[in-house]
Design a protein around this ligand. Structure first.
Ligand code: PMT
Length: 223
């Protein structure tokens, strides 16, 4: 049995994409499969935590011992995250949240005859879920975010960590076809106030176990 580094801790994890409707048949989303977040949820449960996994639309089985909350839109993910975070010691945001949503959701299927060829989709900014949890004045868990970057990975991830007031950020270079979205593997650099630690390319399941050990040590001290 693995070390029970999260024994007695409550952990909330977001995973997968969100999905924003344009009309009854179309949506905006991204290529997140949920594999990274689900692997972290499984590793946290194996480490003894009580785990709530807030999942966007993905095709994955619920890991053993994990309570799953299915959501679709960013607003739904935010509401579920706010509720779960109230009683959590640790919050890990592995979801790929859609940053912008259509300003209006058409009640009927949008007809191509209705607009000109150059009709532009109007978008509004979605709320930032991990920043909302990390910005709390009370009932604030230890907050870990991810950063999916395609260039200047470390620099951009550092900026995101401080801007969103995160305790830790896990930077991944999603331009690398070996890792990132939908792959079974990933390689990351974990960044906190004190420094950085690179975790080399590994299966997401193995990487998740390493991340949980590292996060547990930083958040709750060494066992
Ligand atoms: O799901 P997989 O196919 O396994 O792929 C894994 C992954 C690449 C999706 C994952 O490892 C990852 O990097 N997740 C974060 C993806 C992302 O959208 O990163 P970001 O740099 O745009 O966002 C930074 C952080 O803010 C993330 O923790 C994100 O969850 C959070 N966020 C972003 C926007 C928003 N509106 N709300 C948020 O909470």
């Amino acid at each position: 049995a693995p070390e029970q580094v999260l024994q007695g801790k409550k952990v909330t994890i977001t995973a997968g994409p969100t999905r924003e409707a344009l009309d009854p048949v179309r949506y905006l989303s991204n290529h997140s499969s949920g594999k990274m977040g689900f692997a972290i949820a499984a590793a946290a449960a194996r480490a003894g935590a009580e785990v709530i996994l807030i999942a966007g639309p993905v095709r994955l089985a619920t890991p053993a011992g994990v309570t799953r909350v299915d959501v679709t839109s960013t607003d739904e993910m935010l509401a579920a995250a706010e509720k779960a975070a109230d009683t959590s010691d640790l919050f890990i945001a592995a979801a790929a949240v859609v940053d912008f949503r259509p300003a209006v959701v058409a009640a009927q299927k949008i007809k191509k005859e209705a607009g000109s060829d150059s009709d532009v989709l109007q978008l509004v900014k979605n709320p930032d879920i991990v920043a909302a949890i990390a910005g709390r004045k009370s009932r604030r868990p230890f907050v870990v975010g991810f950063a999916a970057e395609t260039e200047k990975v470390i620099e951009h991830a550092r900026g995101k960590r401080t801007r969103k007031n995160l305790d830790m950020i896990v930077a991944n270079d999603v331009s690398d076809p070996e890792g990132g979205f939908n792959s079974d593997r990933n390689q990351v650099v974990v960044i906190d106030r004190e420094g950085e630690q690179a975790l080399p390319l590994a299966l997401k399941t193995e990487l998740a176990a390493q991340l949980i050990r590292l996060i547990a040590e930083k958040a709750f001290g060494s066992p």
